[in-house]
Design a protein around this ligand. Sequence first.
Ligand SMILES: [Zn+2]
Length: 227
Amino acid sequence: MIAHGVPVIFRPVEGHATGQIGYVLGDSADGVAVVIDPPAGETELILALLTESGLRLVMVLRTHVHANDTGNCAALCERTGAVLVSGETARNGSDAVRRVGHGDVLTFGGQVIRVLATPGHTPDCVSYLWHDRLMCGDTFDLGSCSAEGSEANPAELYDSLTRHIFPLPDQVLVFPAHAMKARRVAMLAELRARLTPVLARGRDAFITEMASRQRSGSAGSGSSRAY
Ligand SMILES: [Zn+2]
């Protein structure tokens, strides 16, 4: 992949135990990388990928942290010297965290990552926009949007979708933290078209729709995921 004349690396890493998908983003010219939502149990694989590619890890980015989080970011940070980055209210269990909020910009090598506040799936959710790729955590499940679980807030999700995500260009590629029905990427235009009918009915109708899906356990995807 070449972005703005600079060779970059984009490698999804899927956790065998959890199905969680993390993403390694690398700047080959400067030999640095970041990883977004590294899956639990895949630390060695990520370190091997970095070594193979000649990249030094400088940041570990979290889109969100659940109360029952099983992520193993501490080991990855300790072994690489990378800085842990998370949303302003995320419970990381550590003080060594760089907090980010909407509009913040992260850089590594010649690369720029924009931070979008996207609460809804959990209160602390942020998404990371890098070139044409949006790593959104569990904001979308690629079949609908993710308002499941006790930490979900449909009202916040409505605001995140309408104010921060859907104003992005159609061609943005959305990469979730979990595959849904074997899908691992979608164009934003597709997700917008899928959700426009319910969003167009207004904020209150969206909240009602998501609440009914939560009660039925369907959430548009048949999933009862709690992570
Ligand atoms: Zn989640």
